[in-house]
Design a protein around this ligand. Structure first.
Ligand code: FAD
Length: 491
């Protein structure tokens, strides 16, 4: 029963976004809000979204989620990074791992010392100085004390939504299985008043969370919020996905294999593999994309290939009036660095911090939108980097990517790193060490380095680099194989 001072929160949509929001809000604002979620089993969910990044661990900590229970429920494996194959050039690969590379000295980043070592013939491949990268390549994993090994998960997205649904149910969320037929908007202020469902029910609320996926039923179809299109930089607008049975031990990393007009993912779960091809429809038809995917899978298919269309970009406002868009309804940056679930979680945590207990304040709404846009644009730039910095010219798609103009914010970062080896840093950015891993991995080696690296003698520099590498390899030698660890941890 709704108490008089309880806010009525209505969540429209029950995919990953809807159930993450329902679980978090009901558990953390328990007793202060009444949460109802409406989802349509006739419509279903997007059904993809299986690779995550380490920030998910914070979300789980906040919700007091037991990791072993979560892994068992979602068929999960551990993920230490992403292997980018054929991105810089055909037959070249580098692994973008979750950890930091080398050891920072307070005055200059490790990359400056590594860069000088290159000139002197002392440095090895940049990734050899990153623990997570070496562990991933050795297919090893274990929890190390003090978060010694940064990790995330590969999960079954459908099962994850089911797992969160259970938690949300225990925390009092009411679930309605029905299709929303109409969104009723108040005339005087344009706020959403209620949703009319196909079962005849009318669902009223104070705050509405739009988790209806690409449809954006509330935020766009009802409130006409508008969309900023990023397709001049992010060319891919389609994906084809299918699952296969496992034929080998699951790797502790995602594979991202560049193809003639896009890229293919392979996400290993405990008992199956998620596969897909993300592509640009200007350069590749759906039929040809499906053929390429089918030619490049291992193991028997478990379902038929499914084509998904999308438009890269962001909603102009993620919070508009009394509606907050979370998930695909808020915008979409392609899944190359597995950032969508992270953005969902960020949206939820931000909303919790700014929750309108006393009614909606425009200043709060503006701040929410400002922070969200900041975050999305930084991720957008990071994704564009992978396409722009390449040596590939073997297809019209890659020629276009190599030559295209990029946002000024990215152009400045690239110039700074290329000329000086310095990394542009802003507060609260998701990616940090990742920038240099990817820039170097894609073939951009800084022309210069910080002169502080010259204060070491050659002998000292060789020892410095050698010790880091030695310690990493010693640690990795003691780790069990990922499969072995999964067998004992996920029993
Ligand atoms: P959906 O899953 O589409 O859910 C929408 C919900 O709204 C459903 O429950 C539906 O029934 C309901 N709904 C819609 N209309 C109505 C209506 N009229 N009435 C009632 N209910 C309605 N993210 C990652 O983090 N990692 C990845 O590896 C990754 N890979 C991806 C690959 C591809 C090709 C794509 C397209 C996305 C990927 N994503 C990934 C993003 C990820 O899939 C989504 O962010 C995540 O699944 C959340 O989706 P959602 O809940 O917003 O939408």
């Amino acid at each position: 029963m709704n108490q008089p001072d309880q806010q009525r929160v209505v969540i429209a949509g029950g995919g990953t976004a809807g159930w993450m929001a329902a679980a978090a809000i009901s558990r953390l604002l328990h007793g202060r809000v009444e949460v109802t979620l409406v989802e349509s089993s006739d419509i279903g969910t997007v059904g993809v979204g299986e690779a995550t990044i380490p920030t998910l661990l914070f979300f789980h900590k906040l919700l007091k989620i037991d990791e072993q229970a979560f892994m068992a429920a979602t068929n999960a494996t551990f993920k230490l990074g992403i292997n980018f194959e054929n991105w810089r050039s055909l037959n070249h690969a580098y692994l973008h791992a979750f950890g930091a590379t080398g050891k920072d000295c307070w005055a200059a980043g490790f990359q400056h010392f590594w860069r000088r070592g290159l000139d002197l013939g002392l440095s090895e491949d940049f990734g050899q100085y990153c623990l997570e990268r070496v562990a991933a390549e050795a297919e090893k994993f274990a929890h190390l004390p003090g978060n010694g090994l940064n990790y995330a998960f590969h999960i079954d997205a459908t099962r994850y939504a089911g797992f969160l649904r259970e938690l949300a149910g225990q925390a009092g969320v009411t679930r309605i299985d029905a299709t929303i037929e109409r969104v009723n908007v108040r005339e005087q202020d344009g706020f959403i008043e209620s949703l009319t469902l196909d079962n005849g029910q009318t669902l009223s609320g104070d705050l509405f969370i739009d988790c209806t996926g690409f449809r954006g039923l509330l935020i766009e179809k009802a409130l006409h919020t508008g969309y900023e299109d990023w397709s001049q930089w992010l060319l891919c607008d389609s994906a084809v996905a299918m699952q296969t049975e496992s034929v080998e031990a699951p790797l502790p990393y995602t594979r991202c294999i560049a193809r003639e007009a896009g890229w293919q993912w392979r996400i290993p779960l405990q008992s199956r593999v998620g596969n897909g091809l993300v592509y640009c429809s200007n350069y590749l038809s759906d039929e040809r994309a499906t053929e390429i995917l089918q030619q490049n899978i291992n193991g028997n298919p478990l379902n038929s290939p499914r084509v998904i269309k999308f438009r890269p970009g962001r909603r102009l406002k993620q919070w508009n009036r009394n509606c907050v868009a979370i998930g695909l309804s808020s915008g979409f940056i392609e899944p190359l660095e597995s950032t969508s679930i992270h953005l969902i979680q960020q949206g939820i945590v931000r909303l919790l911090r700014m929750f309108p207990h006393e009614g909606i304040e425009q200043a709060v709404v503006d701040e929410y939108n400002k922070q969200t846009v900041f975050e999305m644009e930084r991720i957008r730039d990071f994704i564009i980097l992978h396409y722009k910095v390449t040596e590939r010219t073997d297809s019209p798609f890659w020629q276009h990517c190599k030559q295209m103009d990029v946002p000024d914010s990215l152009a400045q970062r690239l110039a700074l790193f290329e000329k000086t080896g310095q990394i542009h840093r802003e507060n609260n950015e998701l990616f940090d060490d990742s920038w240099q891993q990817v820039m170097i991995g894609q073939g951009m080696v800084p022309k210069g380095y910080h002169p502080i690296a010259d204060t070491m003698t050659e002998r000292e520099l060789a020892d410095f680099l050698g010790h880091i590498k030695h310690n990493i390899h010693q640690t990795v030698a003691r780790l069990p194989l990922h499969q072995q660890y999964l067998n004992s941890y996920c029993r």
